[in-house]
Design a protein around this ligand. Structure first.
Ligand code: NAG
Length: 117
């Protein structure tokens, strides 16, 4: 009995976890982190941009179709900026260009996300 309840609860949680990202228009911060993780080594002082980093930036860029998407990515990046040490923001700002992607705002802690187009 109890285990059936546990199983049912688990199933519901998994179902919600699978469906929520699709139902939610804005891109979750977890997605952003996952896509940009390969870039961390470079912005913390690496010399070459790893190909998976550009892949992440590109897929994030193509999935950010609405203003709400782009703002949620912006807020996510700002909230993350404080939690990783040693990020070189001039390198971070240059990343999209190195990957051939034109991002309409700077990746910078001073960016005003409410003004992101
Ligand atoms: C950040 O990166 C730029 C470009 O590679 C470099 O010129 C600059 O010295 C770096 N700044 C810091 C604080 O490491």
């Amino acid at each position: 009995m109890a285990s059936a309840v546990v199983k049912a609860t688990c199933f519901v949680l998994i179902a919600v976890a699978l469906v929520a990202p699709l139902a939610d228009a804005a891109i979750s911060c977890g997605t952003v982190v996952g896509q940009l993780k390969p870039c961390l080594g470079y912005v913390q002082g690496g010399n070459v941009v790893p190909p998976p980093c550009c892949g992440g930036i590109k897929s994030l860029y193509t999935s950010a179709k609405t203003t709400a998407d782009r703002r949620s990515i912006c807020y996510c990046l700002k909230s993350l900026a404080g939690s990783f040490k040693g990020i070189n923001y001039s390198k971070a700002a240059g990343l999209p260009g190195k990957c051939g992607v034109n991002i309409p705002y700077k990746i910078d802690p001073s960016t005003d996300c409410s003004k992101v187009p």
